[in-house]
Design a protein around this ligand. Sequence first.
Ligand SMILES: [Fe+2]
Length: 389
Amino acid sequence: MNLLIDSFEFGVLTQIHYGVGKLNELPDILKAENYQKVMIVTDPGLANSGLLERLEKILTSGEIQYAVFKEVQPDPTIEVVDTVRQLFLDNQCDAVIGIGGGSSIDTAKGVSAAVANPGDLGQFEGKNKLPNRGPDIIAIPTTAGTGSEVTHAMVLKDTKRKYKMGILSQNLHPKAAILDPQLLTTLPRGLAAITGMDALSHAIESYTSNQAQPITEALGLHAIRLIAKYLRPFVAQRTNLEAATQMMLASTIAGAAFIWGRVAAVHALSHPLGGRYKVPHGLANSILLPVVMEFNASSNQEKFKEIAILLGENVEGLSSREAALRSVDAVKGLIADLDIPPTLGANNVSLSEEEIHIVAQEALDSGVAAANPKVTTLEDLKNILRKAL
Ligand SMILES: [Fe+2]
């Protein structure tokens, strides 16, 4: 625990509507805001799963007008956002619903931003550079998860630069998030595993970051506790509603933790791995998390010991150092139990020394690694990547 607290900021400005079957109440939630027509943004997987059809039925029977874009791909691009922005304007919509994983929710955020801020979205990269708040965003996560439903961040790919750029702005937080654990029950197993590891990365990175503060620490710890208990049973059986419920909550709680407590070297490196080599975000984080934890463990052994205990390790009789490093073993064990191939090589991604340099440099330049609890140099980032090969 950081006892020298000089100042911090915290706020979750998204109204959370939680409940099993809550999706059925969407028309009432939309009517309360007087929207005339909503733009639905989603991906082909969700459209094929029957969930889009169900959503359309709910909206039709609730007499809500809507338009649909269902072609969101992983790592959504600025160009896709521009396409949907045009659809939004052509259909005279006044709110945008992102339903799906982080890609659909971030595309919805992008559409809202692009409607109110003309020009290339790339110019607003960074913190607090997006001047205008756009139409309301409603986030409906179907993974657990990104946490994007309660954050004011979005990550979009700039195809020309092969670069995943982040925008952090209070103008991006969704107006409302619908958390319905039933929506997780059709998630494919592999996706349940890596998105769950993304949530764990948010919780661990924010809890240990140099920007951690009392509220984000409390949220991060609870998210780790829930994920430790429920990620395995959830991945094993997504129809286990108790596990799905707790994972959905863990993901949102971890989102609220990291948007203020920040993420660090894991996310700094996973963004260029996604942008350049299409390594899915949760998979890249799964591979990097234990490597970065081992690198960071000496920065705050008490915190890493706490993580080890929450992840089920017995640390009795161990030195502080040994206890802290048990957190790394625990994460490796979790990855193995979830059948996630634990290295880049095992996922058919190989990097030359030159490519390692490019990825590490991009990670450093993004500023994301600046929140790492141990000061991180270019050479440190390159070593972390080498260990992840
Ligand atoms: Fe993430």
